[in-house]
Design a protein around this ligand. Sequence first.
Ligand code: ZN
Length: 192
Amino acid sequence: MTAEEHICEIGRRMYARQLVASNDGNISVRTADGVIITPSLTSKGFMKPEDMLLVDMDGRIIKGTGKPSSELKMHLAVYSKRPDINAVVHAHPVAASAFAINGRAVDQRYMAEAVMTLGPIPVAPYARPSSGEVAESLSPFIEGHNGALLSNHGAVTWGVDLTEAYNFMEQLEFYCKTVILAEMTGTPRPLP
Ligand SMILES: [Zn+2]
């Protein structure tokens, strides 16, 4: 599977699992040739490998005909701060976005996987989506975390490869959903 095909597959999964609605979200992968990123204004559930754009670290288009995702700067900010990271996933998952609207970080010690694998997910201050300001607001949180919530917007996760970046997003949403249900059905108890 090429990197472009893998992005399409992850996009279909994001859409099917309702981690994004409409044309929301974006996905990128860093390769030896540059950063491959999803096009703007395209549903993540219906992308084709040839829709992808290849850009350099300054965001200049190397290959592709469409317009790169409007959150390109946010993806490049992660890559420039984290040489160990090769994939970034941005989505608007319902439960994680609810945490983001409340400005509530994901740092409760309720479930082992969330503590051991995902780690604490901080909340970056609000920045207007697609404005380029998102990269700045996210910047202080890139090191030492596997992702962040974007205030009143959504979530972003990153990983050594696309599978890891996506798994963090799925895990983050699962955790937020479970915490919300736990709070609705009783008083959550932290891990012993
Ligand atoms: Zn967004």
